[in-house]
Design a protein around this ligand. Structure first.
Ligand SMILES: [Zn+2]
Length: 373
């Protein structure tokens, strides 16, 4: 997939399992890194990017878990089922999250650790990289682990970038101890120019943040339909391109063709089925969020005027990201107590729900016990 030189379109991957294709990032210079195909002159407006890095086993398990939990009636604390689902994923306030690596050397691990630890300045969480003071080596995990070596298990050898969202990383219904929960493809070979932004984005998922553009307040006016009268035209790669009159294919057409070949239902699922589970609960849509993808202007009905449009990729944690992280993981004791109270009610209901499998109930019972400590 990486041999393709087309670039341009980046769309969100599956709900809840966030993924960021390697090709999907632009350079740290702030301008999208583009390697134009030979026929770029004809297709400058629209170039479709390959979406990669979504391990299908996670997708299946997450969907299954979501369906099971959606059947449980939330406790009467004014929570929508989806808000409940999101709360079950969050780490505990003040929790220390262990992080382990597979592949890479201590120098790389340190660089990643130094960058992503910025999140813990805002969120009331701690990162423990398990550095051995004698050797300087960072904690490692292996595919043969029988128990979770760490909450966040980083690998570099899977396709693309992705991270499970918070507790999904250690939910036995979703992740196994021998599976990576976060992947940064190729970082162990060569760091891409925008690696800091990528690492911050993926660790944002790892602490519980969803995509900003998929939140309930998203202002992304995606242009799903073709321009009126569009006559299908393709380039040398078989990708849909504007017709001779300049009419553009919409996202259904674009993503329905190579290289993604998504049926309309998949496009809807990935772009329309917005979870009401934004990490920035109650916050305004933030187009500068590190958790928002870069979208080319042609993806929006209003083009560059779209409230979702930025002229370059977001590579740093935004001001609203910082506020959101502090809101989701507060430090004030009364805020923590209020948060714990809501979660205790949810865990109590889920640990007794008849419709859930025994292992899931046990998982939530364990979380409930953790709150009572
Ligand atoms: Zn993402």
């Amino acid at each position: 997939m990486r041999t393709r030189t087309v670039a341009g379109l980046l769309v969100p991957s599956l709900l809840l399992l966030a993924s960021w294709a390697v090709q999907g990032r632009s350079s740290a210079s702030g301008k999208p890194a583009r390697e134009e195909p030979a026929n770029a002159g004809k297709t400058t407006q629209i170039k479709v990017r390959v979406l990669e890095g979504i391990p299908s086993q996670f997708q299946a398990r997450i969907e299954q878990q979501k369906r099971a939990l959606s059947k449980v009636v939330p406790p009467s604390v004014g929570l929508a089922p989806r808000a409940m689902l999101n709360l079950t994923k969050r780490w505990t306030n003040g929790q220390t999250l262990k992080i382990a690596f597979k592949g890479g050397d201590a120098n790389l691990h340190k660089r990643i650790a130094d960058v992503v630890s910025e999140w813990t300045r805002y969120a009331n969480l701690k990162f423990d990289f398990g550095v051995d003071p004698a050797t300087g080596q960072y904690r490692r995990w292996t595919p043969t682990d029988a128990e979770f070596a760490a909450e966040i298990r980083v690998s570099f050898n899977q396709p693309g970038y992705f991270s499970l969202v918070a507790r999904d990383s250690v939910d036995p219904q979703i992740a196994r101890p021998g599976e990576a929960s976060l992947n940064l493809e190729g970082f162990d070979k060569k760091l891409p120019s925008d690696w800091k932004g990528v690492a911050l984005h993926e660790f944002g998922h790892a602490i519980g943040f969803e995509h900003e553009h998929q939140g309930p307040g998203s202002m992304c006016d995606f242009r799903f339909d073709d321009d009126p009268g569009y006559v299908a035209a393709t380039d040398d790669f078989g990708q849909f391109v504007p017709d001779p009159a300049g009419r553009r294919p919409g996202l259904y057409t674009l993503l329905g063709g190579p290289p993604n070949n998504w049926p309309q239902a998949v496009v809807d699922h990935n772009l329309k089925d917005l979870p009401a589970t934004s990490a920035y609960s109650g916050g305004a849509f933030d187009k500068l969020s590190i958790m928002k993808y870069f979208f080319e202007d042609y993806m929006f009905i209003s083009g560059t005027a779209s409230p979702c449009y930025t002229d370059s990729e977001n590579v740093v944690i935004s001001t609203l990201d910082k506020i959101g992280a502090a809101r989701v993981y507060p430090r004030a004791l009364d805020a923590i107590a209020a948060d714990d109270q809501i979660r205790a009610k949810i865990f109590d209901v889920l640990s007794k729900a008849e419709t859930l499998p025994a292992t899931t109930k046990k998982h939530f019972n364990h979380l409930l016990d953790g709150l009572k400590h």
